[in-house]
Ligand binder design. Sequence first.
Ligand code: CO
Length: 255
Amino acid sequence: MKQALVCVSFGTLVENGRADLEAVETALRDAAPGRAFFRAYTSSIIRRRLQARGVAAQSLAEVLEMLAQRGFEDVCVQPTHLLCGYEYDKIKAETAEYQSRFARLLLGEPLLAGTQDLQAVAQAVAGIWPRTPGEALVLMGHGTDHFAGVVYPALQSAFALQDRDDVFVATVEGWPSLAEILPGLRARGYKSVHLAPLLLVAGDHACHDMAGDDPDSWKQQLQAEGLSVRCTLQGLGRQPRFQQLYREKLDRMLG
Ligand code: CO
């Protein structure tokens, strides 16, 4: 039986971000050696821009169509997305349309799909960046107005329950924003902040909105508060602990 693994991601145009994504793709590919490996991107803008650069970039539907035509029978799709938001809804719908074309077509979960995932991700982050006296760890998540965006305040709780009251979770495009965590940060009297992406890929948001030189970047806003700021510009995908969490998602899907 011809078997395939499709790793589906939002996609990125930033070179630094490609390394984050490829680290996860490689981990998944290595974890399923019997399966032919394919990648798909959910962002049509990113697909178009990559194609304009001469890089092959296919949507999930295009990859599934090609696999059906090539006679693959057993296909599993693992998203690298962090939460069950709009992108995952799209992936679910596209996968459902192709169910009848394969003997078996499975879809894996995003990284944060339940309570255990929240605990595991908080533990992984805490392990990567241990508490540093006098310094707050501020994590930049993407954020969404999809209800799945509750994972951000939920992660905040998971950190508190793991005795990491030095960790603050905020988002670029959702709730809570940086402005909403600032009062808590001020109240604790921190002198310095470590900014790190709560993003698979350190792409545009990490490079510009988090660590950029514009006055509205998080780094500049925190410096304007009188805090000294250092930035980590690697996505979570580069971290072996997160590669392991994705491998566990794959294992769970394959049973
Ligand atoms: Co965005």
